[in-house]
Design a protein around this ligand. Structure first.
Ligand code: 1CP
Length: 347
């Protein structure tokens, strides 16, 4: 199936585009009343994610309602630990929780490398249905968590400001930490390849907890495994979004990936200098900008576009859209990107 709108893919590859493509991290399943209507029919997030027809429906909603240039498959990064043998639950208004966590060698022995087809078939099925229903309108983004971020949840059991249990293991049992992260990496590579085989046109690796590691540990425990993933995926473009890893930007220049995501703390010109001309940059409007007036959203978006320029940029927020954001403000952001970035090219 040929894509009618392939702006995102072309921008990722560094090709010329008529305008800057735009999508939002966490665009599905957060802000739309249409999403909540679907979700309220079910017991919760997990049931929705595991019901391929409905997962496909909420994946496509932002394309129809917001006009984004890509869909991202409705799932979560935590399906990988579950597929490895560590199930999670999603607690309403609180987030994910793992009833058991990994703290010893014995715990790691009980895990396995995920088998994408048998353990994550429901995601692959959702991708196939989504692709059919999208019918080539926009590309579909597949995704996974970076091994370090997944490790954080498997060791800590839930979200945390410091993830000090996870970081403690890097000091107290680095051999075990490496062993677990290698298993996560092998599972993730198999999973991303299966997403691509099912129809994902591009994949993104989310390293949401990159910013809590020291630069030294980041290289040793996160980049090491992200590099393996980038090297293993050659079928489609790869995006790496490492939130808070401002200290690792020059190192990211060497990753075997097409796009680097920037969070809103990262200066655009400085990032371009550090990362070089060889990569596309994605981002990076402060998600809180969308609480401002329409005029302010428009101005901030234009300023961001001016800073990135017309080449090798994918417009996005600097992290996921916040759940209480007004979808109308999201539309102002999206429409401003579309109109202003086209104008920039004809000026
Ligand atoms: O666009 C989308 O929303 C699509 C699907 C998607 C994605 C890309 C979900 C659904 N989760 C994710 C990624 C994800 N999940 C990340 C990486 C991106 C980021 O940094 O935001 C992370 C860290 C998670 C883990 C997670 N899942 C959290 C954060 C917990 C913490 O430590 O603070 C939470 C709250 C979830 C739950 C979740 N995931 C997705 C949805 C729709 C929900 C809400 C669950 C519900 O509806 O009850």
């Amino acid at each position: 199936m040929e894509l009618q709108n392939d702006l995102l893919i072309r921008a990722a590859k560094g090709e010329k585009t008529e305008r800057t493509p735009v999508w939002l991290m966490r665009q599905a399943g957060r802000i739309l009343p249409e999403y909540r209507a679907v979700r309220n029919k079910l017991s919760g997030f997990i049931e929705l994610a595991q019901t391929p027809e409905l997962a496909a429906e909420v994946t496509i909603q932002p394309v129809d309602i917001l006009g984004v240039d890509a869909a991202i498959i409705f799932s979560d990064i935590l399906v990988i630990p579950e597929a490895m043998g560590l199930p999670y639950e999603m607690i309403e208004k609180k987030g994910p929780n793992f009833p058991s966590v990994i703290s010893s060698e014995e715990d790691v022995r009980k895990l396995k490398v995920a088998d994408a087809e048998s353990d994550l078939g429901y995601v692959l099925e959702a991708i196939k249905i989504t692709k059919k229903e999208l019918n080539g309108r926009v590309p579909l983004i597949g995704f996974a968590g970076a091994p370090w971020t997944i490790f954080c949840y498997m060791v800590e059991g839930h979200g945390s400001k410091t993830f000090s249990k996870a970081r403690r293991m890097l000091y107290n049992n680095p051999v075990l930490a490496d062993e677990l992260m290698q298993m996560i990496t092998d599972s993730t590579i198999a999973y991303l390849k299966a997403q691509i085989a099912a129809g994902a046109n591009i994949v993104q690796v989310f390293d949401s907890w990159a910013g809590i590691l020291s630069p030294e540990h980041y290289t040793k425990y996160s980049m090491k495994y992200i590099s393996q993933i980038c090297d293993a995926i050659d079928e489609v473009p790869v995006t790496v979004f490492a939130k808070g890893a401002f200290f690792a930007r020059s190192e990211m220049r060497h990753l075997n990936c097409e796009t680097i995501g920037l969070d809103w703390n990262m200066d655009i010109a400085e990032s371009r200098r550090l990362i070089g001309e060889g990569k596309t940059l994605q981002g990076n409007l402060d998600p809180c900008t969308l609480y401002a007036s329409n005029k302010e959203v428009e101005n901030a978006t234009k300023k961001m576009l001016d800073q990135f320029g017309t080449h090798r940029h994918i417009a996005n927020l600097g992290h996921g859209v916040y759940p209480d954001t007004d979808p109308e403000k999201v539309k102002v952001f999206i429409n401003t990107v579309k109109e202003y970035s086209a104008q920039m090219r004809s000026a």
